[in-house]
Design a protein around this ligand. Structure first.
Ligand code: NDP
Length: 314
């Protein structure tokens, strides 16, 4: 049978390119889990995906109720779940003030980390039940986790500190930042990506042996043209793609990045669990090293426990 992969945020950028790459193989049915139904349908059509290769389902990660609703709706379809890709993200580098999710968590960490944390925990049961030979859960990471690159060291750097802001609810009253510091939209995004990478490793430690599920993260390269930078100042949006193409040489097209993530979904040679994948300039994959903080097992455990409380699992 065809594999079924759920991809969050498949209505643009990397998620859409991955959906397309998987659909093109003829071996996958893609569930596009998106907050904007119409946009997702149009996006799927615009890249030429055929109707039998995908289903759009509503999911707004900025609402824990919506996450639960999605899981219920998914179960009602009675489709098996073979691969889950946590891809959606918001990035608000120029915001002066924090904004919040439905449950009043700062929006970037609330969406990118907490929404996906609840989704992945709930859907783990469904992955367990699947009889697919290589079941995988992938959480898209970022360069913030690479200590061996210049881009991973650009300020403001990610830092979760002792998680005091997260533990106090991340609701703006005590703090809207995980480390309890002043709001900084760019840092909030980077912090959320560190959470994504820590969560993937904690899932691996807790569940890989028991379930046989492969847990992985990746840095797909700098996809400088996606909607992620939509809230950046116009000059940045103009100069960022050529800067990445010709100066840092980290640039990768949406299509190429989609092929990379599709490899992590289905390539037999990328089936190892607990790995953070990256690619060389010649597009060959390798197991990358994570930064000190993004591989701190103590912090991963603490993050897991605090997050469980916030999303109502503990
Ligand atoms: P895009 O902005 O193009 O895509 C992000 C997707 O997330 C969109 O489909 C968006 O939906 C969706 N989304 C945002 N908020 C929510 C929500 N509340 N509920 C459901 N979906 C939501 O960015 P990219 O494709 O670049 O980003 C995809 C992933 O790649 C992210 O995890 C990002 O961190 C990562 N990444 C990107 C890099 C880059 O250079 N671009 C580099 C490294 C990692 P909508 O279409 O409705 O806006």
């Amino acid at each position: 049978r065809k594999g079924t992969a759920v991809i969050t945020g498949a209505s643009s950028g990397l998620g859409l390119a991955t959906a397309k790459a998987l659909a093109d193989t003829g071996k996958w049915h893609v569930i596009m889990a998106c907050r904007n139904f119409l946009k997702a349908e149009k996006a799927a059509k615009s890249v030429g995906m055929s109707k039998e290769d995908y289903t759009v389902m509503h999911l707004d990660l900025a609402s824990l109720e919506s996450v639960k609703q999605f899981v219920d709706n998914y179960r009602r379809t009675e489709r098996p779940l073979d691969v889950l890709v946590c891809n959606a993200a918001v990035y608000q580098p120029t915001a002066k003030e924090p904004s919040f999710t439905a449950e009043r968590f700062e929006l970037s960490v609330g969406t990118n980390h907490l929404g996906h944390f609840l989704l992945s925990r709930l859907l783990l049961d469904d992955l367990k039940k699947s009889d697919y030979p290589s079941k995988r859960m992938i959480i898209v990471g970022s360069i913030t986790g690479n200590t061996n690159t210049l881009a991973g060291n650009v300020p403001p750097k990610a830092n979760l500190g002792d998680l005091r802001g997260l533990a106090s609810g991340l609701n703006g009253q005590n703090s809207s930042m995980i480390d309890g510091g002043e709001y900084d939209g760019a840092k909030a995004y980077k912090d959320s990506k560190v959470c994504n990478m820590l969560t993937m490793q904690e899932l691996h430690r807790r569940y890989h042996e028991e379930t046989g599920v492969t847990f992985a993260s990746l840095y797909p390269g700098c996809i400088a043209t996606t909607g992620l930078f939509r809230e950046h100042i116009p000059l940045f949006r103009l100069l960022f793609p050529p800067f990445q193409k010709y100066i840092t040489k980290g640039y990768v097209s949406e299509e190429e990045a989609g092929k990379r993530l599709a490899q992590v979904v289905s390539d037999p040679s990328l089936g190892k669990s607990g790995v953070y994948w990256s690619w060389n300039n010649n597009s060959s994959s390798f197991e990358n090293q994570l930064s000190k903080e993004a591989s701190d097992a103590e912090k991963a455990k603490k993050l897991w426990e605090v997050s469980e409380k916030l999303v109502g699992l503990a």
